[in-house]
Design a protein around this ligand. Sequence first.
Ligand code: PGA
Length: 258
Amino acid sequence: MTQARRKLVAGNWKMNGSLAANAVLMASLADGLRAFKGADTAVCVPAPYLAQVGALAASTGIALGAQTVNEHGAGAFTGEVSAGMLKEMGCRFVIVGHSERRALYGETSAQVAAKFVAAHRAGLEPIACVGETWPERQAGTTEAVVGAQLDALLDAAGESAWSAAVVAYEPVWAIGTGKTASPAEAQAVHAFIRSRIAARYPASAASLRILYGGSVGAANAAGLFACADIDGGLVGGASLKAADFVSICFAASNQGAQ
Ligand code: PGA
């Protein structure tokens, strides 16, 4: 598989931040990434801060993203946010199917697929998360679990959706734990993901960016990003520390297509 894909480093702030803290973080990122062109960068922020962070990011080259989206267009869904609203607020990306949403809020793979389609229809690029738990890995079912999560997306979304989408492989056991999949372990699953998608949509699979997520930090990013099928990172904890996030972006810029 050729490496013509430009890397993407996306921060997932999760439910963290405040108006004051966001302003400080974005000022540091703007400074650290001034004139940076080596990779695409994004921050996925809590919905109430989209306007603030969007304004702060506007002249920086850092794209804006959200962390979830409702699968419906509009209506009686109290508390929810639609893809059209996210688009209107300036989002380029939206994370769908993060393992925390699957585990804590009961999101099913079918629902995640509907969110993926809704995001695409609104002109957003979904970042679809897949990944296995530790017991699933121990049982040797990683490919079965990740394959089923992908199949739900593939069944729901046609080729046009895949040409502007991102997949994030996030082993649940590596998220926020400090335990990272080794580059070889991650690469193996990334290659599996690409081949699963290639079986239906070969052209889209070749250009699809597959991010690794799970305790990505300044120290391990370069090793992960050097792998043939790892096209960047979805970064949680380290995305809240400007120096770490900037280092991770630079690690991406030294690998692959620029
Ligand atoms: P982490 O989170 O980098 O803190 O492990 C990654 C994620 O959940 O997206």
